[in-house]
Design a protein around this ligand. Sequence first.
Ligand code: FEO
Length: 404
Amino acid sequence: MKAHAITDRIYALHADIETDDLFEGIWPIPEGVSLNSYLVKGAKTALIDLVRDWTEAPKVLEAELSGIGIALADIDYLVLNHLEPDHTGWLADFKARNPRVEIISTAKGIELVKSFYKITEGLRAVQSRDSLDLGEGMVLRFEEAPNVHWPETMVTYEPSSGVLFACDAFGSYGKLGDRVFDDEFSPEEHAFFEKESLRYYANIVASFGLFVKRAIQKLSALDIKVIAPSHGLIWRTNPKTIIERYLKYASYSDGPQEKEICIVWGSMYGNTKKGLDAVIAGIEDEGLSYTIHRVPNEDVSYVLADAYKSAGLVIAMPTYEYKMFPPMAYVLSLFERKHVWNRKALRLGSWGWVGGAKKEYEELVAPLKWESIEPEEWAGAPDEARLTALREKGRALARKVKEA
Ligand code: FEO
């Protein structure tokens, strides 16, 4: 991989991470993820955001810098928009290799430099509207963007080029390969990155939708020509596409969401699944599209992405040891953390000797402000009358979603 020129003074650098390891120790990345950094050259040289020591990313970054004639020791400033270790894990080694570099971040970011990496010298705290003059017409302006998605986060803007170095905001899962710019990818590839940007948002950013909206509002005063995030595509031709996409994602929590249904189900011996099949027939009667995920067979990362965008939810699971089917309890706890609010919902499921899922379910969904259709629960296998009722419930849910 090589550095890509955004302008004759700004370069995009990236390391593609391909690993079985999980992002944040939680989320699978079977299609990889890119860690993007940026080099800005004036009379002084600044590097914006770093990498972690993950599948040799530091070596890749160093080689890309070398390809444009920059050694680590040539870097005067290291700007850290965000301290999560996917962007800073290499910091202690980097600082040891270039002891004179000045590290620039928000005050909260500087505290994290100290606590994570025990670096105490060569630190400069900045705040909104501060700037760093690199000389020769290149200026970096800083704007705090708290809670997008950590409290210390800021973004950096270069006015002469209109490049916004947005860190995690506007990012996506998915490796990039030898191309980095939005205009270099086919419609099919864009469809892939759109799916992966939603999954990334639902997994990483969704708890902070209000702050995303605030940040985008704040940044609307800038003349943004290029969105340069720390993961995924660099948007130089259609930056509005990713801004509008993120605004839409930030609205999914409270609504409006997409008029479709996400079905999440688990079944021990097939009796809940029989009931679910009747509900699905009812949804299909109404011609509404749906996605379907079985837990725990499918990773919750993918469940979250589809649930996050869908106005309707079906939660189908049996009672297990007087309580909920445990993998579903985990899913619902994440729905609460990730603000899957204001949905139309239907719960169904079978029980063996006695029910019990109801109480735990109702406690878990109480904060989510869902409008629920009367649930269907039954002992053992569903009979014909139950299947007829379940099909009607599927139709009723679909109609509610269409009317929403
Ligand atoms: Fe890409 Fe929040 O780190």
